[in-house]
Design a protein around this ligand. Structure first.
Ligand code: NAD
Length: 492
């Protein structure tokens, strides 16, 4: 069955930058093609911006900040709630747009809109609960307070894998806190972000409070460097790869910006002998194959205890082999195309390298549906990969599960933590003492215990080690957009 991917609300298809309340072409007139990863066809062209555009956006955000900061929290919350209502009213179109430019199945595109909306709702509600401390003074004649203030102009830079959720969960808390925003979406998926900004404009957000500019991969450093060098930009919130995150950390040192870095992961998923095996298989399917394995929290290394290894591998291979691969236009597709050929080459390199080092392919291991385009990979399970394999050290970011056999708890904890990354980890066990021990020993920011789908707007999302710092979602996600000012009044 074919789905029509044209939009009911054609206003959502925006192809210009939005700066100071107006939709504009890039100052230099350059454009960037946005293509459908399912078939490489052109969807639209957006501006390919330069440092000039970045500068104009920063000027607008800086000019708009004082009035937005002075807007009462309740009034800010009302604008964000109107934005939420418009996002929900356009759920179907936004879901289509996500699937069209990113490739995920339509059900996942629609689900992502609700997921993005859950953060917008959460931060609209949190905006009115910003409060500080009244401090007991250590001497007489004083009053002491700690108050929260918005950090100022914030630049948000997002990846392509969740074109709506990643940007919504940065913009919503920034607006709630009273910050003005500069947004730079991923070059592969700018259209969803532009549509969300259009809806924010419709919701009545004042001109200049939210600005968005698009740029190609080649132009992105010039755009972001302009913001990095600009002392008026007080915070960068970035989700993406660890090398780019480190670059931002280094370059923002000159003006000591506040940073939130949500970077790469290399999540372990551990199945102990005492696990409910069916639940573990279900948990792994949910955690690994959402978005075709292109999520930063998806399990990258699966460790299965020797006593249940064969049973687990058989159950898993049966389910993975039954997954249907195809474009979002096919209603029964469960795994879409990978985002681009660069991603496909990395995944195939990981599979080939593991096999060359002795891994056995239980299912998949190759491209499929090549008549549609080069970006489809068969969901894959490998057994017997070694620690030396590239897929053990690097994030594969695709539908590939390598299974590793282990004997002892201390051995698997050593291996699980033997990575510079520390975003998510998962384990399945029914032993309460083991659950407490393992949850404490895992070096990461997020632990799924007998659960594969862990992200939620009410919970703090973020990593440790080289997976970054800062949290999104929950009250912590709002705190990251504010600083504390201490007021000390004497002479009383
Ligand atoms: P990426 O780092 O290449 O790109 C992310 C963003 O950074 C894009 O907007 C890109 O244009 C921009 N960028 C690229 N080069 C830049 C530079 N020199 N200066 C400034 N900005 C630059 O990552 P990607 O390929 O888009 O996304 C995949 C990566 O993102 C994976 O490693 C994944 O783990 C990570 N990720 C992390 C999370 C999380 O929450 N921790 C979520 C999703 C993705």
């Amino acid at each position: 069955m074919q789905h029509d991917l044209t939009l009911h609300n054609s206003e959502l298809l925006r192809t210009r930058n939005f700066i100071a309340g107006t939709w504009r072409a890039a100052a230099g007139g350059a454009t960037l093609p946005v293509t459908d990863p399912a078939n490489q066809r052109l969807i639209a062209e957006v501006p390919d911006s330069s440092a000039d555009d970045a500068q104009q956006a920063a000027d607008a955000a800086y000019a708009a900040f004082p009035a937005w900061r002075a807007t009462p929290a309740k009034a800010r919350a009302q604008v964000i709630k109107r934005w939420l209502a418009l996002i929900l009213a356009n759920q179907d179109d936004l879901g289509r747009l996500i699937s069209r430019e990113q490739g995920k199945p339509l059900a996942e595109g629609r689900a992502e809109v609700l997921y993005a909306a859950s953060y917008v709702e959460w931060f609209a509600e949190e905006a009115v609960r910003i409060c500080g401390d009244v401090i007991a003074p250590p001497v007489v004649g004083r009053q002491m307070f700690a108050i929260k203030e918005p950090v100022g102009v914030v630049a948000v830079i997002t990846p392509w894998n969740f074109p709506a959720a990643m940007i919504a969960r940065k913009i919503a808390p920034a607006l709630a806190a009273g910050c003005s925003v500069l947004a730079k979406p991923a070059e592969d998926t700018p259209l969803t972000a532009l549509a969300l900004v259009h809806l924010a404009e419709q919701a009545g957000l004042p001109a200049g409070v939210l600005n968005i500019i698009c740029a190609s991969r080649a132009q992105t450093p010039a755009v972001v460097d302009a913001w990095l060098a600009d002392g008026r930009v007080r915070k960068i919130s970035f989700t993406g790869s660890t090398p780019v995150g480190k670059h931002l950390a280094r370059e923002s040192a000159a003006t000591l910006k506040k940073l939130s870095l949500e970077l790469g992961g290399n999540a372990p998923f551990i199945v102990f002998d005492d696990a409910d095996l069916d639940a573990a298989v279900q948990g792994l399917m949910a955690a690994k194959f959402r978005n075709g394995g292109q999520t930063c929290v998806c399990p990258n290394r699966v460790y299965v205890q020797a006593g249940v290894f064969e049973a687990f591998a058989d159950k898993l291979a049966a389910q993975v082999g039954a997954l249907r691969v195809g474009p979002a236009t096919e209603a029964d597709a469960q795994i879409g195309p990978m985002i681009n050929e660069r991603a496909v080459h990395k995944i195939l390199r990981h599979i080939d390298d593991a096999v060359a080092q002795g891994a056995k392919v239980l299912v998949g291991g190759h491209r499929v549906r090549e008549e549609l385009g080069p970006n489809y990979i068969a969901p894959t399970v490998l057994a017997g990969a070694t620690k030396a394999a590239a897929l053990c050290a690097e994030e594969t970011f695709g539908p590939v599960v390598p299974l590793f056999r282990f004997e002892q708890e201390d051995e698997v904890l050593r291996d699980a933590n033997d990575t510079p990354f520390g975003l998510a980890a998962y384990f399945y066990s029914q032993d309460v003492r083991r659950i407490a021990r393992v949850a404490s020993a895992l070096e990461c920011g997020i632990v799924g215990i007998n659960e594969g789908a862990v992200a939620a707007e009410a919970a703090p999302f973020g990593g440790v080690k080289e997976s970054g710092y800062g949290r999104e979602g929950s009250r912590h996600g709002l705190e990251d957009y504010m600083h504390i000012k201490y007021l000390c009044q004497g002479g009383l």
